[in-house]
Design a protein around this ligand. Structure first.
Ligand code: AMP
Length: 249
């Protein structure tokens, strides 16, 4: 079975986000970019399937600017076999990404597509669900365990207050949650090997997908500044502050 894994290039999770002065978005100049953490988990899971013999090829796909190639190279260095870059300088919305991925799925015919549950830059949590709807495939979102069977898979999902286990027919879409696995680091020899692995380049036009914007961002703002805390002398002062200043008791 072929597994397609989505890897998005996002602002590294350690970076302190700066909002542009004109509030049109986040300042990306000179900012470290990395693979979306949930996508590292997606790559890891696909690699474990290959190592277990349930998958025979792992293909990493990234959609965006030319530098997304670096994100694909990271997936290749972890162990993916080849990459697909859908190159565009347009700003994309989850529906565009899902339509582009559907076009690639139609060409590649994977048995399973693994995406992150959400991208840490836009926090949309939409692309996997939209892709499943466009393909008419089963979806197991927020997966914390995947057990592949013959023509089906059992997917354990993290839901409010517990776990839900679903039996889903293949082909299917899975989105990863944090506890699915712990992604590996790429070793130096594998980073070298990854340089020779193929990355196929396509454009939205090649795939027949219109990426004209459907949403417009009105403004992006920093969260309100947290006020400094105070140290209280005793419980009586704490209760008084909670009652009279915070108004919570
Ligand atoms: P989102 O719906 O934007 O929160 O993204 C959910 C998941 O969809 C991400 O974790 C990725 O696996 C995938 N995804 C979203 N945008 C892209 C992209 N431009 N390139 C590759 N994968 C993407």
């Amino acid at each position: 079975m072929k597994v397609l894994v989505a890897v998005k290039r996002v602002v590294d999770y350690n970076v302190k986000i700066r909002v542009k002065a004109d509030q049109t978005g986040v300042d990306l100049s000179n900012v470290k970019m990395s693979m979306n953490p949930f996508d590292e988990i997606a790559v890891e899971e696909a690699l474990r399937m290959k190592e277990a013999g349930t998958a025979d090829e792992v293909v990493a796909i990234s959609i965006g600017v030319q530098q997304c190639q670096e994100t694909i190279r990271t997936a290749l260095a972890m162990g993916a076999d080849r990459g697909i870059l859908v190159k565009t300088d347009e700003e994309l919305e989850p529906l565009h990404v899902a339509k582009l991925m559907k076009a690639v799925v139609d060409e590649e015919q994977p048995g399973l597509v693994i995406l992150g549950k959400q991208a840490i830059d836009d926090d949309c949590n939409q692309t996997g669900q939209m892709l499943a709807a466009l393909l008419g495939w089963a979806q197991g979102t927020f997966a914390s365990e995947i057990k592949l069977g013959d023509g089906s898979a059992s997917v354990t999902r993290e839901i409010d207050g517990g776990l839900q286990t679903l039996d889903l027919k293949l082909p299917m879409i899975v989105t990863t949650d944090l506890r699915l696995n712990e992604p590996r680091y790429a070793s130096l020899p594998n980073i070298m090997k990854a340089k020779k692995k193929p990355i196929d380049e396509k454009t939205p036009e090649d795939l027949g997908v219109d990426t004209a914007p459907r949403l417009s961002t009105l403004k992006v703002q920093d969260p309100p500044q947290r006020e400094a805390g105070v140290i209280v002398e005793d419980v009586a002062e704490l209760v008084s502050k909670l009652r009279n200043e915070a108004g919570v008791i």
